[in-house]
Write a protein that binds this ligand. Structure first.
Ligand code: SF4
Length: 92
């Protein structure tokens, strides 16, 4: 297959795999990160009593909203691959 097709397959597998999302440690969340506590449709994001944002990604719907809003700014990290899914599985 052409490289582009392989890349597409990898992208597809990555997106289809269940993400493991982590929040960068912070003292004060950015506006976007804080907004996730209201926006995330699965309610994965919550605010702690001390004002940080934490995530419990178990029920994540993979809508991608937090990735769009927070990953570029470095507020959250999507870690791939995870447990048998993702690029390493594809190449492995
Ligand atoms: Fe919530 Fe969507 Fe981010 Fe999953 S991808 S944690 S459902 S905003």
């Amino acid at each position: 297959a052409r490289v582009e097709e392989k890349l597409f397959q990898n992208r597809y597998l990555v997106d289809a795999g269940k993400p493991h999302i982590a929040i960068r440690p912070h003292e004060k969340p950015s506006e976007n990160l804080l907004a996730m506590t209201r926006i995330c449709p699965a309610g994965c994001y919550s605010e702690t009593s001390s004002g940080q944002v934490e995530i419990t990604p178990d029920g994540c719907l993979e809508c991608g909203t937090c990735r769009v809003l927070c990953e570029v700014a470095g507020d959250v990290v999507w870690n791939y691959p995870r447990g048998g899914f993702g690029i390493l599985f594809k190449f492995g």
